[in-house]
Design a protein around this ligand. Sequence first.
Ligand SMILES: Cc1ncc(COP(=O)(O)O)c(C=O)c1O
Length: 371
Amino acid sequence: MKIKYLDLPAQFKGNRRIRRVVQEILDSGQFVLGPAVEEFEQNFAELCGVKHAIGISSGTDALFLALKVLGIGSGDEVITVPNSFLATVGAIIQTGAFPRLVDVAEDYNIDIDKIEEAINEKTRAIVPVHLTGNPARIDEIGAIAKKHDLFVVADAAQAVDASINGKKVGSFGDLSAFSLHPLKNLNTCGDGGVITTDSDDYYQQLLLYRNHGLKNRNEARFFAYNCRLDSIKAAVANLQIQTIGEVTEKRNRNAVLYDEGLADLDRWVKIPPRRDGVRQSFHTYVVQVKDRNKLISFLKEKGVETKIHYPIPIHLMEAAKKYGYEKGDFPVAEAQADRIISLPIHQHLSDEQITYVTRIIRSFYKDKRFE
Ligand SMILES: Cc1ncc(COP(=O)(O)O)c(C=O)c1O
């Protein structure tokens, strides 16, 4: 059996509605922003249970602009984690601020017990990442932010449609940034992003920030950026958003099948943590395993493709050298990076395929059972 980590063509293959909306945009001549983007923004705000959603050119730009609109820049510090996709730290650095990293907990999200020791007089914001589709401990983070008068900007790129006690990711903190990149659970045919907020003021400013600061065709209130969302991408995302509930259900069901199939291997395989009241939207199914690299090769031999999200913690990348971090600074994130593996979990997998993957993993550890 061949199991690909992702099957991106499957979602658009033979989909006549996608072809029709793309053709409509081509016929309309309205290629940037416009009615398709506005419709998508309304749908996305509704999905998240927030007042405003603003379509942006990418998830990275969404995070960058969310920080910019708060006035964050040179001389400021922003707290985040070392185990995210590098764009989280990249967006902070692009504002001119210093990324003050904090280790993660066993659930791969920011360790709430370590946040306060990272706060100093320069700290302006906390950027929790809802990694893997599992919401960070946002209540505790919100309480710390309130106590120290900090902003909370969530990196929600991996967690669309997740919720805590029925309240959706995207509705927590001051602003949240999402990605519509093809790899994401709710995606489009290229780069794209969204910012959500309940603030009318941030919303109005972000409309300017994403479009050169222009308040009308010829007059700019300030110099800004071109971070607009294309109409075709919004039109495609407008169709994708109609099925996001089913996509989440299917991916979460795949996660349960893995949980069940791997439960008794707990000496070698640590399944993803769950938390009461939290509905994850599994973007990745990350397990920590013994003999990780050998398992990856064994799965590959048997036709199963896997990934690692992410093999090198951000503070250990060449790009981060000048920020002064060293190996050993974030022991939990570093240890996890050596043990994690992401199993295929996409919505086009059948139950049989998930069972096949668990069977291969079981056979890999079979001989070890008596060690
Ligand atoms: C956690 C996280 N943050 C930020 C991003 C950046 O999003 P984009 O690729 O749309 O710029 C991604 C995805 O790539 C991500 O997974």
